[in-house]
Write a new protein. Structure first.
Lengths: 489, 352
């Protein structure tokens, strides 16, 4: 097996999947946010909610387009770069992705058209319905792809004896002629890590969107533009952060406890824990060194056994250390260890943002505390970075396996030549760099423009906007919903 | 070598009652349907981009793009279903074809990236959108060309050893795949032009009608060339078509194609707005049927049949059940979306 091709193919996959996940992370939450806004508008008729929905829909459209095109690329990467993977575990992974296409992709793609172009074309109720279906479609999509991904991490359920040793395992598949043949779909979908991974990723997506919404609201408030809309954004975004950030920590913790049972080497790498015969302290920073089998530049919290407590609920609890695993069975250490700290660090930051924000909110100072709003406008990337870091932990931590215990990454490769992969990798990097930077630029352009397309000023006390004649015309147009069903001429 | 898979053998397999025999055939049929739907739906959609360079006015381009903008994502989903379906039902074929067509496939995907984001970027970029006009046009042209190249390469047959692709990265650089690439660009251009005749009015529709006629002639020419080229280049295809009694069974395909071409031409020459589009679709479907007939039951000509490539029955059945239940819904709401956006597209419409 040609090592160079293998490395290039991995870099290419990691690059394209990491590029892709940025957009779902945002669109899953944003679709739900837009649907919520539209439902609220249908109930209360508040014009500024309508203009908010319209505003975010434009941003949604740009992000969704990037999500779609990068996703189409990915769906073919399994074949082009991991054709052995397709042959060995295709019988299991394939149908899951097939269901994703049938239940989720068609739904979101079709109703996206109605959501984007249906404002004056279909009855408002159908339009709101389309928004809900798009949001539902994105969630279903996450459901199926995470089932597939979780199965790659934990294909079988382990049965433990009292001492915590694995005595046997129950799988939803059998291996025949070197292929994984499915026998029990329920077990495959609801595999041991799926509930944790799904809820952790789903919460992550909502959290990311909330932070973006909140940051944009803060940005407008600082600039004293669109204050009415900005206040709504800040309240809705912050409200979600207050709820979800602590929840995310709890889910993440449970996720880790579950991982200890199934992928102990990964947990050892995350904690930078070498010696399994002693309890582990919490390591804040280090560079794990695989030659000397210890951590360089280590910085510990001076609470003995804290990591043991987090992982096993006991300060003197023991869990396997890296030295307990053969060298070839250990994941790459530094990426897992450091990315984990990035994710958790950002998670703690989000909790802090929520707590401080809640305190300001209660005191009625949320919209005026510039010392809070000013940094808050730069929070928007935090969710994305935490998500990328989290995936880096999970996926790199699974190495050297591509499917735990079934297929090693090095054996999963396609018979594609070095130069073919190199060419395509270079092309991907160039094209994605162009598309991504332009996309970010355009989203910023939309944000600078703000929710004016549908600007309807209801609060005359907000001075910064003129247009009251146009506004009242628009308002009366809104009160009479567009003609039912018929295409607005 | 005698054909181990005569038409009779295929029919017997389909009605054998043995799921190991008929389920793969059903899947092959479903895949063919998905690809056919893709070719029609994304065909006119890509065709709009192919015609872009010949319609320079900004207003006209706005209308052209808006005529497909609500649908393009749904249309492209059929491509995912095609690729995904191959992955699910015939993983062996997937694992052979994808590496074989690696470069044209990746270039196609990247071209689709450019034209896909252009639908949104072009509007937001205004008035500095010239780059995205090019991206949309060239993305569409290159993606269509690559699809044709992939088709041509697979039709010629892929060398396989030990269940793996055993050819080179540049095998597609041959006259036949390059020709089919060109043919697909022309064909999608025709679909796009006839779509515009149906969905627009004024200057755009008139220009589309003007371009549709030479495109139709070129497509017919290409179909004739391919129909002559393949049987002479590939004996298996010759035997399939030009032996008795096959010749009689299959004669309706070329005859109906001629009828469809005639209807299309009549519609273009007159004032008809619907018949050119639907006749062009019929022409495409008959051409596609012809290719299926030439190659059934091979998944990877000339060695891997649908049965060789089939996934375990358990996998095929699991998704088949869902497909049978879900496909009607998908077709239903797709139809609803086309219904919601029926009628002519006018200047100044859209949400941007
Ligand atoms: C947690 C969620 C999640 C994850 C882990 C992935 N995706 Fe994704 N994907 C989505 C969530 C999503 C999404 C929310 O459904 C889309 C729709 C538009 C968008 O921005 O993301 C999407 C779009 C999307 C599309 C285009 C669908 C369309 O036309 O509407 C394809 C083909 C894929 N994805 C394929 C993949 C593959 C092969 C992945 C794994 C390697 C993958 N996605 C990871
Ligand atoms: C949900 C479906 C996913 C599937 C099926 C999947 C599958 C894979 C596969 C096949 C590899 C190649 C093996 C390797 O080189 O390590 C891989 C690696 C990787 N994936 Fe995923 N992945 C998924 C989601 C993600 C997401 C959403 C991310 C987000 C960033 C991600 C990040 C990575 C990274 C960084 C690697 C490289 C790891 C390494 O090279 O050590 N994966 N994954
Ligand atoms: C604050 C405390 C957090 C803890 C304790 C935590 C814990 C974990 C653990 C243990 C994993 C690895 C799962 C595995 O074994 O493979 C993980 C993965 C992940 N984390 Fe976190 N996490 C936290 C915060 C966050 C935040 C704030 C985000 C994003 C907004 C996030 C996003 C992710 C993602 C996307 C993954 C990869 C997918 C998965 O395996 O679920 N996490 N997290």
């Amino acid at each position: 097996m040609d090592v160079d091709v293998s490395l290039l193919a991995r870099i290419q996959f990691a690059f394209t999947v990491a590029f892709h996940i940025i957009f779902p992370s945002f669109t899953i939450g944003l679709a739900a946010f837009i649907a919520t806004l539209l439902v609220r508008w249908r109930i209360t008729g508040e014009p500024h909610i309508y203009s908010l929905a319209k505003f975010w829909t434009k941003i949604f459209a740009v992000s969704f387009a990037m999500g779609v095109v990068s996703g189409i690329v990915l769906s073919y990467q399994f074949g082009t770069n991991w054709s052995k993977f397709s042959v060995v575990v295709g019988p299991v992974i394939g149908p899951l992705i097939g269901y994703e296409v049938l239940t989720a992709f068609f739904l979101e793609a079709t109703f996206l058209g109605i959501l984007l172009f249906g404002w004056n074309r279909v009855h408002p109720n159908i339009h709101v319905g389309a928004a809900i279906l798009v949001a539902f479609g994105t969630s279903l999509s996450a459901f199926w792809i995470l089932a597939a991904n979780s199965w790659m991490h934990t294909p079988c359920e382990f049965i433990f004896d009292a001492a915590g040793k694995v005595t046997s395992q129950v799988c939803g598949h059998v291996m025949e002629n070197g292929k994984a043949i499915p026998t029990d779909w329920w077990r495959i979908i609801f595999n041991p890590s799926f509930p944790y991974r799904f809820s952790h990723m789903f919460t992550a997506a909502y959290l990311t969107t909330s932070l973006v919404v909140m940051a944009v609201g803060a940005r407008y408030l600082i600039a004293r533009r669109f204050e009415r809309e900005a206040q709504t954004m800040l309240r809705m975004g912050l409200g979600m952060v207050i709820l979800l950030a602590p929840l995310q920590m709890v889910i993440g913790h449970e996720h880790g406890v579950n991982t200890l049972k199934y992928q102990p080497a990964k947990i050892a790498a995350m904690e930078g824990h070498w010696d399994g015969k002693h309890p582990a302290d919490l390591v804040l920073f280090a560079l794990p060194n695989k030659e000397t089998e210890r951590n360089d530049y280590e910085l510990r919290l001076p609470i003995p056994g804290l990591a043991s407590f987090i992982v096993t609920s006991r300060f003197d609890g023991l869990f396997p250390g890296l030295s307990d695993f053969k060298k070839e069975d250990r994941p790459p250490l530094i990426p897992v260890f450091l990315s984990f700290r990035v994710m958790v660090g950002l998670g703690l930051l989000m909790i802090a943002v929520g707590v401080v924000g809640a305190w300001l909110w209660v005191r009625g100072q949320l919209f005026t505390a510039r010392w809070y709003l000013w940094p808050a406008q730069f929070l928007w990337p935090t969710g994305f970075i935490a998500i990328l870091a989290g995936w880096w932990v999970t996926e790199t931590g699974r190495q050297p396996w591509i499917v735990s215990g079934i297929l090693r990454t090095a054996d999963a490769l396609s018979p594609v030549g070095f130069y073919a992969v190199l060419t395509s990798l270079i092309l991907f990097v160039i094209v994605y760099a162009i598309v991504f930077s332009m996309g970010v630029l355009y989203i910023n352009k939309l944000i600078l423009k703000g929710p004016i397309g549908a600007a309807i000023d209801v609060d005359p006390s907000v001075p910064s906007r003129p247009l009251s004649a146009a506004a009242s015309a628009a308002r009366s147009a809104l009160k009479a919903p567009p003609a039912k069903f018929s295409p607005g001429e | 070598m005698a054909d181990p898979f005569s038409i009779q053998v295929l029919i017997d397999a389909a009605f054998s009652g043995n799921p190991e025999l008929w389920v793969p055939l059903v899947w092959a049929g479903l895949l063919a349907t998905a690809v056919a739907l893709y070719v029609i739906l994304d065909g006119f959609d890509l065709g709009i981009g192919i015609l872009f360079p010949w319609m320079p006015a900004e207003d006209d381009r706005d209308v052209m793009m808006n005529s497909v903008a609500p649908f393009w994502d749904g249309n492209e989903t059929w491509l995912i279903l095609g690729g995904g379906g191959l992955f699910v039902a015939f993983p062996l074929a997937y694992g052979i074809i994808m590496p074989a067509v690696y470069l044209p496939l990746i270039i196609m995907l990247l071209a689709l990236v450019f034209r896909g984001v252009a639908f949104e970027f072009r509007w937001v970029a205004k008035p500095k959108h010239a780059f995205w006009d090019y991206a949309f046009a060239w993305g569409s042209i290159v993606a269509s060309f690559c699809q044709g190249v992939i088709l041509g390469e697979v039709l010629l047959g892929l060398p396989v050893k030990d269940g793996e692709f055993a050819g080179g990265a540049l095998d597609w650089l041959e006259p036949f795949p390059l020709f089919t690439g060109l043919a697909v660009v022309l064909g999608y251009g025709l679909l796009g032009a006839t779509w515009l005749i149906m969905k627009t009015e004024g200057e755009v529709a008139t220009a589309a009608r003007r371009y549709a006629k030479p495109l139709l002639l070129a497509v017919l020419g290409a179909m004739v060339v391919i129909s002559v080229w393949t049987p002479f280049a590939i004996p298996r295809v010759w035997d399939r078509w030009f032996t008795l009694p096959n010749l009689f069974y299959l004669a309706p395909i070329p005859i109906l194609s001629a009828v469809a071409a005639f209807i299309c031409w009549r519609g273009l020459a007159g004032r008809a707005e619907l018949s050119p589009f639907f006749a062009a679709i019929a022409l495409f479907m008959l051409g596609f049927l012809g290719l299926v007939v030439s190659n059934a039951p091979y998944m990877v000509p000339p060695s891997i049949s649908v049965w060789d490539a089939a996934a375990p029955l358990k996998s095929q059945m699991f998704l088949l059940v869902g497909t049978v239940v879900l496909l009607p819904f998908i077709l239903g709401y797709t139809a609803f979306s086309y219904y919601a956006f029926r009628g002519k597209v006018r200047h100044g419409e859209g949400y941007h």
